[in-house]
Design a binder for this molecule. Structure first.
Ligand SMILES: O=c1nc[nH]c2c1ncn2[C@H]1C[C@H](O)[C@@H](COP(=O)(O)OP(=O)(O)OP(=O)(O)O)O1
Ligand SMILES: [Mg+2]
Length: 198
């Protein structure tokens, strides 16, 4: 039988990437996009891990089965790590990627090239009935560009420039993004440690 995993997310960009990443091991992905009536989980933790755990555990309790959640975001050194856990709603409650990107670009307007370092962080939580939630983290280093470039991906991808490739994350193919992204690094750890959760 084909294996199936539930990911506690409503983010279409994440769902697409998880589908691609889990396809490598022959698993299919269900997400909260398949269950539109499930209310949003309030992300009131103070760390990526707390928010990931809350999303995974709430939905695991609802389905009484293993559920994976992803809490992720952009940490900009010149902004003392912001937007961090507030990445999704950085420019307001409507979670607009365009507005979030504009806000970061504006805040970094006067920051010189050498000081625009940033990283994407992804914490994945695996929640199971009657078991301790476990976590896998991945990061991806880059710098904040001067302007948006590229149309692939989602979120802050158009302003996240990877110097070694000379491209923003949004200029990468999904295969290229999946070879280096914070999300794929966390998922690789999850796959490598399957004995811990299955
Ligand atoms: O690969 C990425 N490429 C670009 N931007 C990214 C990426 N990964 C996370 N991000 C940004 C998007 C969002 O502004 C925030 C995640 O916020 P986060 O709360 O984890 O997700 P969300 O609210 O969009 O969906 P959900 O909570 O249902 O999983 O970080
Ligand atoms: Mg969220």
């Amino acid at each position: 039988m084909k294996k199936e995993v539930i990911i506690a997310t409503k983010n279409k960009g994440k769902v697409k990437e998880f589908e691609q990443l889990f396809a490598k091991v022959g698993w299919t992905v269900r997400s909260l996009l398949d269950y539109p009536d499930i209310p949003d989980v309030i992300e009131d933790g103070v760390t990526f891990a707390e928010n990931a755990a809350k999303k995974a555990e709430t939905i695991s309790n609802a389905f009484d089965q293993m559920v994976i959640a992803d809490d992720s975001g952009l940490m900009v050194d010149a902004l003392d790590g912001r937007p961090g856990i507030y990445s999704a709603r950085y420019a307001g409650s409507d979670k607009s990627d365009a507005a979030n990107n504009e806000k970061v670009l504006l805040e970094l307007q006067d920051v010189p090239s050498g000081e625009r370092t940033a990283r994407f962080v992804c914490t994945i939580a695996v929640a199971r009935p009657n078991a301790k939630t476990i976590f896998y983290e991945g990061t991806c280093e880059g710098v904040i560009a001067r302007e948006k470039a590229g149309a692939n991906g989602f979120g802050y991808d158009p302003i996240f420039f990877i110097p070694e490739l000379g491209k923003t994350m949004a200029q990468l193919t999904s295969k290229e993004k999946n070879e280096r992204s914070h999300r794929s690094m966390a998922i690789n750890k999850l796959f490598a440690n399957q004995a811990e959760w299955s």
